[in-house]
Design a protein around this ligand. Structure first.
Ligand SMILES: C[S@@+](CC[C@H](N)C(=O)[O-])C[C@H]1O[C@@H](n2cnc3c(N)ncnc32)[C@H](O)[C@@H]1O
Length: 258
């Protein structure tokens, strides 16, 4: 699961990701922004920045923002937002930044896609300044697990997250890994919310641009993947046609020593 392979998968539909998927996790961004307040004047790296929504939110709060992502298509989309931020196509496992370059590093649902997530955490620790903070999140709810269990087997094994080296949903293991990476403290909090889709098609449109789903479509065909997604969302469809999915994001918050 190299950064190049992930970058290609996540670049298949940047506009679809930005318009149908990214904004759905706004409650996660808002809660993390509350934890990180104040951001004015802070150097913030968003590692695995996707199409740049969180970078935009952080910049609007006065942070000096850098975004890094393996997907050239998403980085290009982020640049077109005209956020006052710098963007780099790159790999979380080998970041082109100096030691201690950032006061805050965020990585929303990206470290799990690194071939070596332990290495990615070590890089995040390396670029975090003394007394700086990092936030690493991962989807950890039963509904997210159920949908991954339907989609991942439809994709080649090497193109979907492999939790054998480190399961970031395991709070103890993640905190141990963050401390081993160089953080002085690490704690975990869950952020739980529902996402509502206008209808079944809207729910499916939000999934198709994601890397694992794109890998499944390429490997097993769109009809098979859409059928799997419909079977997942059908029981979550309400009488008015709207679809509701429950999300849990496990957020690991770590701090470097002063
Ligand atoms: C679930 S998306 C999250 C995107 C964004 N953080 C968000 O919250 O919408 C995962 C992101 O991780 C990126 N990614 C995967 N492997 C990566 C790696 N090794 N280095 C940098 N980015 C990577 C993907 O390109 C994708 O943008």
């Amino acid at each position: 699961m190299s950064a190049r392979v992930q970058g290609a998968l996540w670049s298949r539909d940047p506009q679809g990701w930005a318009e149908h998927a990214e904004g759905r996790i706004m409650p996660l961004y808002e809660r993390v922004l509350e934890r990180l307040h104040p951001l004015a004047g802070k150097r913030l790296l968003d590692g695995g920045c996707g199409s740049g929504l969180f970078a935009e939110l952080a910049a609007s709060r006065g942070a000096d923002v850098t975004g890094l992502d393996a997907a050239p298509g998403l980085v290009e989309y982020a640049r077109r937002r005209r956020t006052p931020a710098r963007y780099t196509v790159g790999d979380l496992q080998r970041m082109p930044f100096a030691d201690g370059a950032f006061d805050v590093v965020t990585a929303f649902n990206s470290v799990l896609y690194a071939a070596d997530p332990v290495r990615a955490l070590a890089e995040i620790a390396r670029v975090t300044a003394p007394a700086g903070r990092a936030v690493v999140t991962v989807g950890a709810g039963p509904e997210q697990a159920e949908s991954a269990a339907l989609i991942n087997p439809l994709a080649p094994r090497g193109e979907v997250p492999d939790h054998r080296m480190l399961d970031l949903a395991d709070a103890d293991a993640a905190q141990r890994a963050l401390r081993a990476a160089g953080f002085a403290t690490a704690e975990t909090a869950d952020i739980v919310f529902d996402v509502d889709f206008a209808d079944l098609d809207d729910a499916i449109a939000a999934q198709l641009p994601a890397g694992p789903v794109a890998a499944a479509v390429r490997h097993s065909g769109r009809a098979t993947v859409e059928a799997a997604l419909r079977s997942f969302f059908a029981p979550r469809t309400r009488v008015d046609g709207t679809v509701r999915m429950g999300l849990v994001f496990r957020c690991h918050l770590a701090e470097r020593a002063r």
